[in-house]
Design a protein. Sequence first.
Length: 529
Amino acid sequence: MNLGKLKQLLSGIEWTDVEFKEASHDVPKSGYETVSAFANTHGGWLIFGIKQGGDGFEIGGVNNPEKIQNDFLSVLHADQKLNHDIAVTEKQMNVDGRTILAFHIEENPRTRKPVYLDGDIRRTFIRRGGGDYKAQMTDIERMLRDATADRWDAQVFEYPFEEAIDKESLVWYRGRFNDLNQGFDHGISDAEFLLNWGHMVHVGGERKLTRAAIMLFGSPRTVRQLLPRPTIDLQFIPSRKDDEQPEVRWLDRYVSEDNIIVTWRQLVAKYMFFMPKPFQGIDPHSLMRQDTPPSFRVFREAAINLLIHQDYGDHSRKAVIKFFQDGILFWNPGDVFGGDKNLLDPGEKEVRNPKIVGAMRRIVLCEQAGTGIRMMNGLWKQNGHPEPAYLNDRSRKAFEFYLPGLDVDLGGTSSLMRALVGSDITGQGTGTAQVTGEVTVEVAGEVADDVAKMLTHLQGSMTRSEIQTSLGLKGQANFRERYLLPALSTGLIEMTIPNKPKSRLQKYRLTEKGKRVLKEFRIRKTKTD
């Protein structure tokens, strides 16, 4: 902090990493709340001697600065006020004869969080925007979980081995592992393989699976018992990232409740729909095309990072990938360990799930330690796109990564819709229609009847309101969720103006696939009647 920087700050509002206090005669009690907030998030400057005036701030100065500085620092280092020591650097500045006290509060390491006041963990504060906020219990629990030396993925999960493991996932993994490590661990049992790599441990003379084993290779039932929320939510949205919410919120969606291996294979299948040309072959080691453009390598790294670094102990939030027409957004429940300044530095770093990370690195599905973000930045720009943007959000314990500059066709006649017609790939997961063969379309439960009913009412090209009126429906949201979106996402209907999904002239019509499905539906209905 210097005089020039201070004057620059005074001309605006308080920043995330700066807090002004008047403190003309005494240390304000709220100053300690700011200390807690800075120590729990990204650190920052706490400045005494600044008061609010009009729309901005002005210099008031501190009377008797030596006393106020000593009082403040002595309380910080006393055992009663803060539960953890903090690193603080003090500085005095003279501006037009007035003394300003500036204190830089360092962010505490994860093992010394949360920092709270007066022995009461409920008095934990976090920094959001330009203010200090009392942390909710979910915020505190996330900090406590990250502070433990015993990592989440290394802990034992009690479940019978034969029921816990998805055999196909483990076979897939071991096949790739053996291709890369000829003769290493070849021919041993699955249990011995897992034991060799720490995914199974000895406890009281018995072999127990770890949580890492379940997340990597677990059966669907076991994964759902360990993780009562989706592993990842993948959405293809027919609009630009900064557009208003489109009428069609997503054209296709894959919500995985499966293990990491199954989820990754499905992500690759979905991504293939949007590649500019058909795949010429897949490298068995890296799962990349033989002629893979740099963009897929970047997508692979970002998607794998979401799968291996998220906070699986957080059951209230899920990882999300959103494909927009102009970019891909990755959102992860769980911030990056270590300081932001070292995020791009090479070398080993602390990770939230070391056993899961190690397993994926052994089959070369992610970059070596400390190279991922730098590689993604470099390759993405090399491929002609703007620089990716990322936010390591300590206050919300989340990490966001955005790949801008794509030109993806996500209209009603997109490659995804074309791929669904006659596809032999079965969409899996919650909220995605399943397509098997050329005609049969299964949509969970009563939604199937709603979609079929809408197809019978669709004559030529009709607007949303015309279809809704024909069906005798009043609620627009209900119509969109139960009728329109399922029919669009399965390729039964299409937009007449696919490149402008929100156009006031937008209409909908049956696709050739929709006509076949409608014909099949009428034949079955006639036989039933």
